[in-house]
Each structure stands twice: as structure tokens, then as C-alpha cells.
Ligand binder design. Structure first.
Ligand code: ADP
Ligand code: ASP
Ligand code: MG
Length: 404
């Protein structure tokens, strides 16, 4: 007996049948004597559909109004789920983030949770109610609804688990755990019984959408006992924790990210201070730069390439064009047909040959590497988007195929 937070994603609550099924899982947890806080996402493709609706009306809609609109998807789910539980004779109450008091910073569409007021949920739990909270949203200091970024319901769940010192935070989804690569792209990917917060954070940050990266960050910070499990079948999932049993390799998995573009400044002067000028301009304008590549200077000129999120591509391109004279380059090239494939695993850089094995796999498949970035815990390569799925498969198979 304890306090359990259970989060169900969009596919898991997609229609009436699924909501009833989810209500069954919640009921079982509750009847076992636990206090239960449930966090839900919007049903199925609701969030995408709402974005489309907004685009029909005003493609330049303000982020405040977008948040106001997108937050409605989760409100539908929680009300329906409470109704399903009530129809089973169980006491359930649905609450929006606003009713709970999930306070965030001001940033619409990408807000961070600052504080969670505990009184309302505590009072409901004390009455032995099942509390069902909207994921993905909060309220800022102006009293406006904010959203936490796509996939943010995971973060709502972990934040609630941390605030209430839950014994367990279960993330129920449409796969039965965290795999060594997205099982929808790499069918022979392996399910990991457990994964460290560090590897999971890196995988999530590099595009493995199974968990919102900030949910993992929070879980690590507040030592939340977290697991990813299937809402469809009863099989053991993946535990996300501080330390795991050492695996044969130090590779956690492979991830793919496509939601960004590469920009190249061609013909910059080859002298001190140029990179500083470029990246201080970008940082002053809050451009989130990822991989950077500078060519070796030749005949007094050099090129600098970098990647940035697709959402800031237009603004970044304009910014560079506006500052052409100040930066002193010839042309700016944009390529949005790119993908980043990342191999992730703590301490793998200390294992000689990991990078070379990864590059060999890509070479054998005839895939050209456009940029490379490495850290203690990952090696990322930029490839053409057309090669992305093949690249993730061959890199995955190089490291996991002979492991069985
Ligand atoms: P939910 O709606 O439940 O939040 P998401 O679609 O956000 O679900 O995340 C689950 C999806 O994440 C899976 O369907 C799977 O395709 C994808 N995914 C990407 N990388 C991985 C991975 N390494 N392990 C498991 N699933 C992954
Ligand atoms: N409904 C939101 C989204 O689609 C949040 C989530 O599902 O986690 O991004
Ligand atoms: Mg998700």
C-alpha cells in the first residue's frame, strides 16, 4: 500500500473502450489499497488536430491562445476517465492543472513547472478519491494556462510523483518498455529491463519520444521511482533508476531526431573572433544550437555549420541574413532534410572503437555522414533524412545484433 502515480498516454485513452480498460488498471491499483493520482494525455491525435484547427484560423496564432486551445484535449480525457471510474462505482474526481495549482513559469508552449500546490489533491486523497489530473499543462503567474511542450504529460506525472513523494510513478504507453531503439523502426530492438536516468535522459533528449526528456531530468533530481509499462498487455516494463546491473556493453540505445535543420555560413573570414561573433549573436537571440562544425581555413576563408530546432529555423535564417555584413560571410545554406542518429551509453567513450564501429556500420550501408558530435555519453552523426531509418537500423545492429 502506498501512493502511486499512473500516467496514460494518448493512444492508451484514444476511445471509450481504451478509457474503460485504463479505468480497470486504475481500479485494480486503488482496490489494492493504494492512493492513486492519475495523469492523462489528450485522446489519440487530439493535440495534432487542435493544432490544425488553429492553423486554419490563424497560422500566426499567439502562443497564449495556442496553449489555451491545446490544454482542452487533456480536460476531455480526465473527465471521461472519471466518469468511467464512477460508472464502476469508484470515487473519482478529475482536476485541471489550474484547479490543482500546478504553477509554471511564463513561457507559453514550453513552460517549466515551478511548484505544485498540494492542498486540493491531498484533500481528495484523504477522502479516498482517485484523483485524475490533466497532463501537459500548468498555470503561470498571470493566471494563464501554459503547456509544457509536446509529450509533456510524462513531466506532469513525474512532477506530481516528486511533489507527493509517491512510491512509484508508472508511465503507461503503447509499447511495453524502453527499447534499445524505437521498436517501430528497428523491429529487432531489445527491451531493456532497466535503464539509468542518465542514459534515459540522453536517449529522450536525442529523440526517443517514449519519455519526455524533462520528466527524466525531474525523476533523477527527485529520485522518483519510475517505470515504463504497456497499457495494453500485462508484461514487465522498464525501470528507470540511478544504478543498473552492468551490461556487457555500455551502450544504452540508439535514437533518431528529425525535427531540426542544418545552417551553413560559407566564406567567413579565417581570423580570431569569427565563431564568437556568430554564436554570441545566436545566443543573444535564444537560438538553441546543437552540433557545430567549423572547416579548416583555406585561403583566408572558412565555413561554419550548425544545427537548430525546426521551430526556430525561419527566425534564425532571417537573423543571419540581417547580420550578413556584421558577420562577413558569402552565403548561408539551409538544409532541413537532415536527421541525427545518436548512440547513447554512459562511459562508452572510454571503450576504444565505439565511434569507429558506428562509422563502419554507416560506411558499409553507403550512408554519408555530414557532421559528427561526441560527448562522454553519446556519439551523434548527421545524415540525410532519407537515410535516417536505415542508419538507425545498421547502427543498432552493429552493437546489439550479436548480443543474444
Ligand atoms: P504516449 O502517447 O503514451 O505518451 P509516445 O508516442 O509519446 O506515447 O511514446 C511512445 C512511442 O515512443 C512508441 O510508440 C515508440 O514508437 C516510440 N519510441 C521511440 N524510441 C523508443 C524506444 N527507445 N523505446 C520504446 N519506444 C520508443
Ligand atoms: N497531448 C500532448 C501532446 O500530444 C502531451 C502528451 O501527450 O504528453 O504532446
Ligand atoms: Mg508521450
Amino acid at each position: 500500500m502506498g501512493l502511486i502515480v499512473q500516467k496514460f498516454g494518448g493512444t492508451s485513452v484514444a476511445d471509450a473502450g481504451r478509457i474503460r480498460h485504463v479505468a480497470g488498471i486504475i481500479a485494480e491499483t486503488y482496490k489494492a489499497g493504494n492512493d492513486v493520482i492519475v495523469v492523462l494525455s489528450a485522446q489519440g491525435d487530439t493535440t495534432d488536430d487542435l493544432i490544425e484547427k488553429a492553423e486554419e484560423i490563424n497560422p500566426q496564432a499567439s502562443k497564449r491562445e495556442l496553449d489555451m486551445l491545446l490544454s482542452t484535449g487533456e480536460q476531455i480525457s480526465v473527465a471521461l476517465c472519471a466518469m468511467a471510474l464512477q460508472s464502476m462505482g469508484l470515487p473519482a474526481v478529475s482536476l485541471t492543472a489550474w484547479q490543482v495549482g500546478i504553477q509554471t513559469n511564463q513561457t507559453y508552449s514550453d513552460a517549466r513547472i515551478r511548484k505544485i500546490a498540494k492542498e486540493r489533491i491531498r484533500a481528495e486523497l484523504d477522502k479516498r478519491k482517485i484523483v485524475i489530473v490533466t497532463g501537459f499543462q500548468g498555470v503561470n503567474a498571470y493566471g494563464d494556462v501554459t503547456t509544457l511542450g509536446r509529450g509533456g504529460s510524462d513531466t506532469s506525472a513525474v512532477a506530481l510523483a516528486a511533489a507527493f513523494h509517491a512510491d512509484l510513478c508508472q508511465i503507461y504507453t503503447d509499447v511495453d518498455g524502453v527499447y534499445t531503439a524505437d521498436p517501430r523502426i528497428v523491429p529487432n530492438a531489445r527491451k531493456l529491463p532497466e535503464i539509468t536516468y542518465a542514459d534515459m535522459l540522453e536517449l529522450a533528449s536525442q529523440g526517443a519520444q517514449v519519455l519526455h526528456n524533462r520528466s527524466v531530468e525531474l525523476a533523477k533530481k527527485y529520485h522518483v521511482n519510475m517505470e515504463v509499462v504497456s497499457s495494453m498487455e500485462r508484461v514487465p516494463g522498464t525501470k528507470v533508476k540511478e544504478v543498473v546491473k552492468v551490461e556487457k556493453t555500455n551502450i544504452g540505445g540508439v535514437a533518431k531526431e528529425t525535427n531540426f535543420a542544418r545552417l551553413s555560413l560559407v566564406g567567413l573570414e579565417d581570423c580570431p573572433g569569427v565563431a564568437f561573433k556568430v554564436f554570441s549573436l545566436l545566443s543573444r537571440n535564444h537560438v538553441n544550437v546543437d552540433i557545430i562544425l567549423q572547416s579548416v581555413g583555406r585561403s583566408g576563408s572558412k565555413d561554419i555549420s550548425f544545427t537548430c530546432p525546426m521551430s526556430s529555423l525561419e527566425d534564425t535564417h532571417r537573423l543571419l541574413e540581417e547580420n550578413r555584413d556584421a558577420l562577413g560571410y558569402d552565403t548561408v545554406e539551409v538544409d532541413d532534410n537532415v536527421a541525427k542518429i545518436s548512440l547513447v551509453g554512459a562511459g562508452m567513450m572510454t571503450h576504444v572503437g565505439v565511434a569507429s564501429d558506428m562509422f563502419e556500420a554507416l560506411y558499409d550501408a553507403g550512408i554519408n555522414i555530414q557532421m559528427i558530435a561526441t560527448s562522454e555519453i553519446r556519439i551523434s552523426v548527421l545524415v540525410s533524412k532519407d537515410d535516417a531509418n536505415r542508419a538507425i537500423k545498421v547502427v543498432h545492429d552493429k552493437f546489439f545484433d550479436d548480443e543474444e
